[in-house]
Structure formats: C-alpha cells, structure tokens
Design a protein around this ligand. Structure first.
Ligand SMILES: [Fe+2]
Ligand SMILES: [Fe+2]
Length: 162
C-alpha cells in the first residue's frame, strides 16, 4: 500500500506531467502558426511523451492500490517571441521537473518505500535525457542564429523525429 503522503505526491506529479504535455502542445501550436512544421512535430511528440509519463505514474498508483485524484491542469501560455525563447523555457521547465522527481525520490527514501524508489529511477534517467535533448536543440538554435530564416535546416532535422 502507498502511504497517503506518497499517494498525494504521485498524483501531483501526474498533474505536472500532464501540464508538461499541455505546455508542449501549446508550443507545438505556436510553431504551427509560425510555419515551422518540423519544430511543431518535435513538440507534438514531446507532448505525447509527457502524457505517457503521466500515465506511467497513474498506472503505478493503481498497481499499488492507491487512489487516483486528477486535479485541474493549469493553462500554459500561447505565445513566444522566438524558437530560442521556446527552448529556453523547455530547458528550464525540464530542470524544474527534474527537481520534482528528485524530491519524490527523497520522499521514497524517507518513507523506505522501495517500490516507489525503483519506479522513480526510470524518471531520474529520463530527466537526464530530456534536459540533454532540449539543451541540444537550444544550442543548435543559438549556433544558427535565433531567427526564423536561419532555422530551416533545423526545422527539417527536427521534423524527422518519430
Ligand atoms: Fe515528463
Ligand atoms: Fe519532460
């Protein structure tokens, strides 16, 4: 059985993962409106991954006999001023999420909840990848120059993500 504290904390994380999905979907829509189809595609896939993260924790709560409590999902903003600004926000958002995952691991350790600790290790690794991939795109944008006209090649590359 999950402790109440752990159950609440995991439900909160489900909400944050779905917020991430929402945020990246808003970013995808922004790129669509800017005619940057490859960036839009990359974000769309990222959004789908975040939904999977949320569902992974959801499934885990159920598997441990916990109760699901889905809260409101905060509305993300809809506008950014450039691709670089979007990816700066992705990087800082992912860093924030990494902090949340680490706080959950700390809680699992405090509660000697080995099953949650083990489940969360997947997310610890995932966050390393997420920060790295967003950071890579941000670096490429900065190398090419953060203006739409310079980003056609990158738009094409990002569009290859499946
Ligand atoms: Fe996530
Ligand atoms: Fe993420």
């Amino acid at each position: 059985m999950l402790s109440k504290t752990m159950e609440e904390a995991l439900n909160r994380q489900v909400n944050r993962e779905f917020y991430s999905a929402y945020l990246y979907l808003a970013m995808s829509a922004y790129f669509e409106s800017a005619g940057m189809k490859g960036f839009a595609q990359w974000m769309r896939i990222q959004s789908k991954e975040e939904r999977m993260h949320g569902e992974k924790i959801y499934d885990y709560i159920l598997a441990r006999g916990g109760k699901i409590a889905l809260g409101d999902i905060e509305a993300p903003r809809a506008k950014w001023t450039s691709a670089g600004k979007v990816f700066e926000e992705v990087v800082s958002h992912e860093q924030k999420v990494t902090g949340m995952i680490h706080a959950l691991v700390d809680l699992a350790i405090r509660e000697k909840d080995h099953a949650s600790f083990e489940m969360l290790q997947w997310f610890v690794k995932e966050q390393v990848e997420e920060e790295a991939s967003a950071g890579d795109v941000l670096n490429q944008i900065n190398v090419l120059g953060d203006v739409v006209g310079h980003l056609f090649w990158l738009d094409h590359e990002l569009g290859k993500r499946e």
